[in-house]
Ligand binder design. Structure first.
Ligand code: ADP
Length: 253
């Protein structure tokens, strides 16, 4: 009787419709699973630093502690808080981007003072790992971008370069002008990315070798945010990497 009530749909069309509905149901199920996985991962990422914060604050209050030890524990509390702050900032951005309320307000500004300042911001964490950060910005010129967003892009990339490099390594931040474009490269000599995974690292939550990434900290959303921010500028991002030799992330805007 189905054929009678839907006279314009032949057997083939009905078959197509039925498989479309099945596919849709599968996609929805997949989305639901993805969301649950995402939430579980975020909860985990937030609970790890929180566990440290609670544990170390208890230790830091002990009366028998030397001043040096107390400073050491307070420093860890500060670092873990910074990590949480970055994570929450990235999460808020991802949420905004999905709601499309996210805007980029571009303006003209000089590259050299801007990148000098970005390097200053990461200097303390680089110093702690004894990694040299070189800024190569031979010529000062004007860039047209959202300075807050551009800073976030570069901080995320510099944070990764630091995280995935050994102590005493070096990282270069290179800024060049090419025609009417600005090319910003973050070059590290760290652990590199397996070639078959390079395409995947921009996906939300994707991390090369989960256990290895756990050890380095991080949530797998930094690069998803970077990509969205670069695209919101109408720019592109490319990666070149060799396992065990290092990586180059090149942003063109
Ligand atoms: P995470 O918070 O895990 O660093 P990202 O989205 O920033 O998340 O990066 C995704 C994954 O890409 C990381 O887990 C890491 O395995 C890999 N990755 C990113 N940047 C680098 C880099 N400079 N060197 C090596 N691997 C990197």
């Amino acid at each position: 009787d189905f054929n009678v009530s839907l006279p314009y749909l032949g057997k083939d069309e009905l078959g197509d419709l039925s498989s479309s509905i099945q596919k849709l149901a599968k996609d929805l199920e997949h989305l639901k699973n993805e969301r649950n996985e995402f939430l579980a991962s975020i909860a985990h990422e937030l609970s790890t630093p929180l566990t440290y914060l609670i544990g170390y604050s208890k230790i830091a209050m002990r009366e028998d502690l030397s001043d040096d030890d107390r400073v050491h524990y307070i420093k860890i509390i500060g670092e873990e808080s910074e990590r949480m702050k970055e994570l929450v900032k990235n999460l808020l951005d991802l949420a905004k981007m999905d709601e499309t309320t996210f805007t980029v307000s571009k303006e003209h500004f000089s590259v050299r003072p801007f990148f000098d300042n970005v390097c200053k911001l990461v200097q303390p964490s680089y110093e702690m790992k004894k990694i040299n950060l070189h800024l190569k910005c031979n010529e000062d010129f004007q860039v047209y971008a959202d300075p807050v967003r551009l800073e976030q892009i570069i901080l995320n990339l510099l944070d990764n370069a630091l995280k995935y490099s050994d102590e005493h390594s070096e990282v270069t931040l290179e800024v060049q002008k090419f025609e009417n474009k600005t090319i910003i490269s973050v070059i590290d000599k760290g652990i590199g990315i397996p070639s078959d995974e390079i395409e995947l690292i921009f996906e939300k939550l994707y991390r090369v070798e989960k256990s290895r990434s756990r050890q380095f900290g991080g949530s797998g959303i930094g690069l998803a945010v970077v990509q969205e921010l670069v695209e919101a500028h109408g720019g592109t991002i490319e990666v070149k990497s060799k396992l065990g030799e290092g990586s180059v992330f090149k942003v063109t805007i």
